[in-house]
Ligand binder design. Sequence first.
Ligand code: MTE
Ligand code: CO
Length: 426
Amino acid sequence: MTSTSIIDSALQRSRRSFLKSGLAGGAALMAGSAAARAAGDPLITEIQDWNRYPGDGVDAAPYGQPSQFEAEVVRRDVPWLTADPISSINFTPLHELDGIITPNGLCFERHHGGKAVIAPADHRIIINGMVDTPLVFTMEDLKRFPRENRIYFLECAANSGMEWRGAQLNGCQFTHGMVHCVMYTGVPLRYLLAEAGVKPGGSWLLAEGADASAMTRSIPMDKALDDCLVAFKMNGEALRPEQGYPVRLVVPGWEGNMWVKWLRRLEVGDAPWAQREETSKYTDLMPDGKARRHTFLMDVKSVITSPSPQAPVTHGKGPLVITGLAWSGGGRISRVDVTIDGGRNWRTARIDGPSLPKALHRFYLEIDWDGSEMFLQSRAIDEDGYVQPTKDALRAVRGVNSIYHNNGIQTWQVRTDGMVENVEIS
Ligand code: MTE
Ligand code: CO
């Protein structure tokens, strides 16, 4: 059998048997170039320096860093987006990541008054307002409450906000990179509220940050008592300073702005407060000129992370792994569909890894690329049956005055040379 016919016959098998055959199937698909290499690739036939000489010892890096060959895997900002880096944003390099967990050093940052630096011994959290007993907790106090571990995505309401009027930024890092997903360790907020004793009629909570922006948001008491956490660890280690060290609020499934970092105050009240971040900002201006307020939930959304503009196809036609992320503030993702022809035909992608409520889901679709132009899209459906809308469907309801809550279907054009561009098709 020639190498081409080996590949062809492998591809003629059904998707089902391909998936069943697992590694063996994958190996057969790659057989052509892999067999050629076995005939004399110096990287396998000759001893290399790293194979000959010992490397650094265990004392070289007390806190480990990524490989030097991964130097491109970094957060990036877009300088023209904001007037100043102190009230600005950088983006998670989604195109370089896999699985569902975002490494701590790559979680996007959004600060309104720069990154506060607070020694844990100097940090306090006060609970006041409509409570029986106002309380002030130290970090040590906090760590004496029962704690829980939960994996959640955090998405800024402004994620994809630059794309409302058309395709603009060339890379999923920039169009969708205001999302991250980590495991938080923290104390359920209801334990702290119970300790202070919420007075009858206490139906809202004000969360305030200790940073220079004193970020302040109103949160309905039902949500506070449901699944919110006062978190001090992410992915097992202390919160990063960028993420609110020593403590932040976790508001699962709701817009990132409410996840107050450097949390210093919780006030119980009987109505929302109408702070800046819930009036002039984080409201959605509708076509009739009225603004929607309190649009807390992050709706069902997905994006193909590879191929994408920063992750072009460099290996030519043949086996190609399409992968991406899906999430919903409403719960789990039940299905992700992928199209390679701009929405004419859809195939169900394979969700792999944990499927947790209000967490990122990883999906894959393995295809045999014939080398022709593709228009890639993904469409997520959550467990409540909500289907991610097209951008046109979204605009039909919301108009184009919005910044926040753009969960429309993203299109990537893959050209015949493998280069990828952010486009829209109608
Ligand atoms: N909390 C404080 N104290 N100050 C802030 O500027 N930014 C908010 C929120 N909490 C902010 C804050 C916004 S808009 C978002 S999207 C998230 O934090 C971002 O969290 P991250 O920086 O950990 O990604
Ligand atoms: Co935000």
